[in-house]
Design a protein around this ligand. Structure first.
Ligand SMILES: [Ca+2]
Ligand SMILES: [Ca+2]
Length: 237
């Protein structure tokens, strides 16, 4: 066989080994699923990152960066996650130490994915999440200072624990000014008892996904029933 054939085969096997992830695939890989900014004192402050896909994310291969735009400033890197693997459907919490304590006390020590980071955002600071250097989610409006918070429909980026709305499974690359378009309030007293509820718990998959999964099971069951009936009729004949 020719040398060019071997070269082509080598290239093919290399491309299989290092399968390329598209920008679209990266964009659909993680989403900010929860956010907390304390109503009292300086903590708790943090975010929860959700992997809604069917594949794990190895942060040592594809690092995650959280950038902060302070008081309308240009977003600059605030935190980098470059170790550990986020399982399919699971969440990873990044935030102040008291959130880690809450997770340990609620679910068992070290059970939940947690990275300690002394966030100092105050509700009027935008956040930007990048995965593998690609913008995957925007929180607030980078480059704009809303005064004290972005708010709407009772949902605010200050003094609240808020979580992603049921049915939203992707980040947004478009800045927003009304958090209620993506989030709902869990607690208006996040520094108090029970104020961190929902952290460490992945969002429930959207109903359409469940319906499709149920449909798949139903179709598989029907096919199995048909095969059994066909086998029985052959025996009868
Ligand atoms: Ca506050
Ligand atoms: Ca959650």
């Amino acid at each position: 066989m020719s040398r060019s054939f071997y070269f082509s085969a080598l290239l093919f096997s290399l491309s299989c080994t290092f399968s390329f992830i598209t920008v679209e695939e990266l964009r659909a890989s993680v989403v900010i699923s929860q956010y907390v900014e304390t109503n009292s004192g300086t903590t708790p402050k943090g975010i929860e990152i959700w992997n809604p896909t069917a594949n794990p994310i190895d942060f040592s291969v594809t690092s995650l960066d959280v950038l902060k735009g302070t008081n309308g400033g240009t977003p600059v890197s605030d935190f980098t996650l470059n170790t550990g693997t986020l399982a399919a459907g699971d969440v990873w919490v990044i935030g102040t130490s008291d959130i880690g304590t809450y997770l340990d006390n609620t679910f068992g020590t070290g059970v939940k994915n947690f990275s300690e980071e002394g966030f100092q955002f105050n509700g009027d600071d935008s956040l930007t999440v990048q995965l593998g250097g690609v913008l995957v989610d925007v929180f607030g409006t980078p480059g704009s200072d809303p005064g004290s918070a972005w708010s709407g429909g009772g949902v605010s980026t200050a003094n609240q624990n808020i979580q992603i709305l049921n049915g939203i499974t992707t980040g947004t690359t478009t800045a927003w000014t009304d958090p209620s378009t993506r989030f709902e309030t869990v607690s208006t007293a996040p520094s108090g008892s029970g104020g961190l509820s929902g952290f460490g718990v992945a969002p429930v998959p959207e109903p359409s996904t469940l319906a499709l999964a149920g449909l798949g099971i139903a179709v598989a069951g029907l096919a199995a029933r048909r095969r059994r009936l066909a086998a029985a009729s052959k025996i009868a004949a």
